[in-house]
Design a protein around this ligand. Structure first.
Ligand code: BMA
Length: 806
């Protein structure tokens, strides 16, 4: 039987002629940090101090003993790297084993009978990229860094939310695999479901040793009680498993996530000895992408097990700029947060990585649909060697690695490159040079069709489906809505109904506790040096400020208020987009918020900040992504009430719609009985006598259905005559609660708009179950807090914010 020996111990890193202990998996920056040789690049402006690290060559070494690779007991020993970052020469006892230039591939070297000092010598990624640039010629991109000339996580070169920390290292596990006769080289399960049965077609490739040539082999496979075996003729075999009535796997909110063990083993039938085995958990489900043309243009609707889905999505970036630090537990925490935000789809963005299996395992369990980009983002990519071969190898490797996961529903060719070619002045400077079209429209769809034909492929995001329409045409396929954040007011999300919004978002600073940790000793101001350093977007603060200023008077010299307002505007902006687009289902079939997470502490579009703290946007996502949503949509003809029911049950509800005065007077009221069929949207205009009078500056509209509330203010906050907010606060320990778990009750005596408890002010790990809340005079909010250090009424009061009169 194949034997596996992990090589995580005993590594060292050479620095200035000295040897440091090295962590494998890991990277140079984290090893230097552990050795106290560099400051933490996440703090202050230390990022600049460590620039030199990415410009040097680095060598990792370890001894490989004679016994590790000896031929006694096994005919072959392979040295297997799951990930090398990036350009390296690997030597054993001074002899070259091979060279690598791709972070996104696995590598295997035959080291049978060889031993001595193992070295992995990394060239600077900059040197490798510049070398390739010389071979292929220069191409346009969005940042002044050479990320498209090397198959390495693009955002490690810096992004509009990420630091430039170009690392190197053995970033995924490395091991010896010792085997005889034959091994399972590749297993590809194709899972399909028909009316009465699930089918798993298992495609197996074997590799034989010299001694194993011609030996009789058998592959056996089993899943959900079904078993098959077959003789291997040559080096491959196909087995078909039929499971009569499998329980179907569903995205969360649509059903359960049953997972079945799929076991494959390889046996030497001459001796009846098992040689190798492979296990994964898989699930039974069908997925289609409906891109048919209709009277609105060209749709983009995911259909899972025959059910058409409005995708409640989020975009995912690497959770740490040093991805080797992301443990399975951290993946699970972040993805659990994602699911609890109400999302049912995660798009892995093309400037990052093909994530660890732990990511997809968690998605399989949580019922999160995964949309995986191939790793191309915001640049023209040369299609010449040595890149072309790497792209093909990497795509083949990762398609096969990830295809057992039922959560994976879509392969996507790239992020914004088809759009960039058309709109970002690339066409002229390219002057006919290759730029990646051959990958997205040729190579990648061919690889998916060959290896993973059960899954849909999209050429890019955004993409209208062909060059007949502009790549970012909202009426056709996927759309990225960035004009609004870049230049306009968030209300303008309501001007279009794209078929699928694959990216849109709004920035806000991270939690205060995150800023304090990241910027020790800084007197915080929106434009203090550390704040500006931890803001990477082009004119990021300008856009943030203009976003606030359209609605509020920009607070001068009051950081806390600026911080609160920027977070409020982020939450309102994203909610405005989602409420509007969801209310236009099924014309619009999904929203994918940019972005759920961060890779370091930074002002960005994220809902969860770089220290894992929740921004108010996170809580707002829970509201706007819930199965049932009530919203009031402004329109030229007056407000429209939209009642959205994405659950499988019809929703009968009694709605109260009130035209209110800020002093609490109800100026008009109507009660409506509404039934919304399963997975549909009910829209109706609000009667004219209920519409608030904008001229009064004191009227607004409130709709309630059970615990759900929608509000509509006809004026921007700075034009609205808010009363000075007045409320009482009481703090009690929840019954049976441990210290630090308290309940805060806020009783409003006036209108209190967008009340927020900033829990991180009560303790660095404190969390609250509630985000922004609007209270009418006399109403109460109950906020449940966990993990507070400070629980006194004064501390709680000081952590509460709300909108104040201009
Ligand atoms: C989109 C993404 C990223 C970027 C984000 C915010 O274009 O694809 O490239 O970080 O916008 O600008």
């Amino acid at each position: 039987m194949k034997e596996v020996v992990q090589l995580s111990e005993g590594w060292s890193l050479t620095h200035e002629g000295e040897s440091l202990p090295a962590h494998v998996p890991g990277c140079v920056h984290t090893d230097l940090l552990a050795a106290g040789l560099i400051p933490d690049p996440f703090l202050g402006q230390n990022e600049r101090e460590v620039d030199w690290v990415g410009r040097r060559a680095w060598t990792y070494g370890r001894d490989l003993g004679a016994a590790d690779t000896a031929q006694e007991g096994h005919e072959r020993t392979d040295l297997v790297f799951d990930g090398l970052d990036t350009a390296a020469v690997i030597t054993l006892d001074g002899r070259e084993l091979g060279r690598t230039r791709n972070m996104h591939r696995r590598y295997r070297f035959d080291v049978t009978g060889r031993h001595g000092r193992l070295h992995v010598e990394f060239t600077s990624a900059y040197d490798e990229a510049e070398f390739v640039r010389l071979l292929t010629g220069d191409r346009p991109n969005v940042y002044p860094e050479p990320f498209q000339y090397i198959r390495k996580m693009a955002c490690s070169f810096g992004w509009d939310w990420g630091p430039t920390l170009v690392t190197a290292g053995i970033w995924r596990p490395v091991r010896l695999e010792r085997w005889s006769t034959a091994r399972l080289a590749q297993v590809r399960p194709l899972v399909t479901v028909t009316d009465d049965a699930g089918t798993v077609e298992v495609h197996v490739d074997v590799e034989r040793t010299e001694q194993g040539e011609g030996r009789p082999l058998e592959v056996r496979a089993s899943v959900a009680g079904a078993q098959v075996r077959t003789v291997v003729e040559g080096d491959s075999a196909v087995l078909t498993l039929r499971v009569p009535t499998p329980e179907l796997w569903w995205p969360r909110g649509y059903g359960a996530q049953p997972l079945y063990d799929l076991d494959v083993s390889l046996v030497d039938t001459g001796t009846d000895r098992p040689l190798d085995s492979w296990q994964r958990r898989t699930g039974f489900r069908n997925v289609e992408l409906d891109r048919s043309a209709d009277e609105h243009g060209t749709g983009f609707t995911l259909v899972v097990n025959g059910v058409r889905i409005f995708a409640r999505g989020v975009n995912w970036i690497p959770d740490d700029v040093f991805p080797s630090r992301v443990t399975p537990e951290r993946y699970r925490t972040r993805l659990r947060q994602t699911a609890e935000a109400g999302a049912d789809l995660v798009r892995i963005w093309g400037g990052g990585i093909y994530e660890d299996d732990a990511f997809y395992d968690a998605c399989d369990e949580l019922g999160l649909l995964v949309w995986q980009d191939f790793l191309f983002a915001c640049a023209a990519y040369p299609e010449e060697q040595p890149l072309r071969g790497e792209v093909e190898a990497e795509a083949r490797d990762n398609v096969v690695r990830l295809m057992p996961h039922p959560s994976l529903v879509l392969w996507n060719g790239n992020n914004e490159n088809l759009w960039g070619f058309r709109d970002w002045d690339w066409e002229g400077s390219l002057a006919g040079d290759s730029w990646g079209a051959g990958y997205y429209l040729g190579l990648l769809p061919r690889i998916v069709a060959e290896l993973d034909p059960t899954r849909p492929y999209a050429a890019g995001s955004p993409w209208s489906g062909s060059w007949d329409h502009h790549p970012n045409d909202p009426a056709h396929g996927t759309h990225h809505s960035w004009e609004v954040w870049n230049r306009r007011d968030y209300a303008e999300y309501r001007d279009t109904v794209p078929r699928f919004v694959a990216e849109f978002g709004w920035q806000a600073p991270p939690a205060l506790a995150t800023l304090r940790r990241a910027l020790p000793g800084e007197r915080l101001a929106p434009d203090s040096p550390g704040m500006l350093h931890h803001q990477k977007a082009d004119d990021g603060n300008g856009k943030l400020n203009r976003g606030v200023e359209r609605h509020f008077v920009l607070p001068e010299g009051d950081f806390d208020r600026w911080h609160y307002l920027a977070q409020v505007v982020q939450a309102r902006a994203v909610a405005a987009g989602i409420e509007h687009w969801r209310s236009h289902w099924p014309v619009c079939a999904g929203t994918v918020v940019w972005q759920i997470n961060d890779c370091w502490p930074v002002s960005s579009w994220s809902a969860i900040d770089g220290d894992g703290r929740l921004k108010p946007l996170y809580h707002e996502l829970r509201r706007v992504y819930a199965d049932r949503l009530l919203t009031l949509q402004p329109s030229a003809a007056g407000p429209v009430l939209a009642v959205i029911n994405q659950s499988a049950e019809p929703w009968h509800t009694t709605l109260t719609v009130r035209r209110m005065h800020t002093d609490g007077t109800v100026m008009a009221e109507r009660t409506l009985d509404v039934t919304v069929a399963a997975r549909t949207v009910h829209r109706q205009s609000v009667d004219a006598d209920l519409a608030p009078d904008a001229a009064s500056a004191k009227e607004f509209l409130v709709a309630d259905a059970g615990s759900l509330r929608a509000v509509h203010f006809p004026l921007r906050d700075k034009e609205f005559a808010y009363p000075a907010p007045d409320y009482d606060v009481s703090v009690t320990s929840a019954p049976g609660a441990v210290g630090g778990n308290v309940e805060v009750v806020v009783t409003a005596h006036t209108l209190v708009r967008d009340l927020l408890l900033q829990t991180d002010r009560l303790g660095p790990d404190a969390v609250c179950d509630t985000g922004l809340r609007t209270l009418l005079p006399g109403e109460r909010a109950r906020l449940r807090i966990r993990g507070a250090v400070e629980t006194g009424a004064n501390a709680v009061r000081a952590a509460l914010f709300c909108v104040e009169p201009a």
